[in-house]
Design a protein around this ligand. Sequence first.
Ligand SMILES: *Cc1c(COP(=O)(O)O)cnc(C)c1O
Length: 382
Amino acid sequence: MPGFEVIDKTEKKEILSIFNKGGGVLFRQGFENLRNNSFKVNKFEQEFKKKFNCKYALGVTSGTSALRIALACKKIGKGDEVITQSFTFVATVESIVESGAKPICTEIDSTLNMCVKDLKKKITKKTKAVIVVHMLGTAANLSEIKKICKKNNIILIEDTAWGIGAKYQKSFLGNFGDIGTYSFDFAKTLTTGEGGMIVFKKKSDYLLAKAWHDHGHENNPNFPRWEDTRKSSGFNYRMNELQGAVGIAQLKKFKKLFYIQTKNRNKIINKIKSIKDIVIRKKPKNSTEAPEALIFSFKTNKLSKKFRNKFLKKGYSTKILPEAITWHFSGKWSHIKELELKKNNNFKSSKKILDKCVAIPINYKMKKNFPDIVQKTIKEVI
Ligand SMILES: *Cc1c(COP(=O)(O)O)cnc(C)c1O
């Protein structure tokens, strides 16, 4: 959330510099005679890499396209299966459908992330990749999942749309698997309006993705763009300089954002952790969380709904849970026929867990009495 809360003159200045110094070039490459060495997307990628310790980074148009490109550079498509989880944003499954592969969802367990047991059950000879989601900022059980992927020769992609800045065993989320994807849409921790980033361990993956997201262009320095070399077809998911400029400004604020948001989240935790009838979501060992949300569960769905209604009446909103699972729970996606919901199942076990949960959005600019309001509302409900 907080990315948009802190937009100010820093973003404006970065954008204006494109027009003042950079000759108004909005394309991420080329036009060298006009741009005075101003490369915003490229600079954003370099600084992202530095900040989050990644080997290769590619700025793209959205978190959804980042996932689609990740599958493309691994040549995943028709006849393949890709496994993700029942609790995620619809984009994760859409990217698999767009690739031509068959989407398979696992149940979640009490961590609200991928159920490892169910993952083992759903792997077949056709499984080419697993897209694990660090849903709402808490890391998935990465070491177990990585072990399973390695054993079965499956690619591990991390949908890190909610996990930017959080760590698992000392590596930033997104860096643990083969490829990590991030979203900079307007509701995410960092925003460029719309946008995304992909990070890679292997140079060959990066180069294929870079070409694929640009119609197959290899940007061969020995040829002008119109005679450029190519080895594959592709698509257009290029980030533009305006987005790159905003990204540079947002990155400068990241450390402070993350710190303040974590502090705000902890204030709420301290207020509610001793309340007996709720359970706060646990994180895996040796991990830190992205402070985008705070999730706790009641004993029943009736209570979580009651909390939501009381909270709304006071003028506050919850975030995704319990109310917005329509867009975040695969059991509700009968409109995606590739999921074959009727034939498979409706993810009853995941739904049972999600129904009892409440997610509180954490803002950068939090009202001082907000933790008290959360505490008071919980107490009223139980
Ligand atoms: C936001 C989100 C995406 C998609 O990102 P966009 O930039 O909005 O396309 C993908 N996965 C998850 C889990 C998300 O929350």
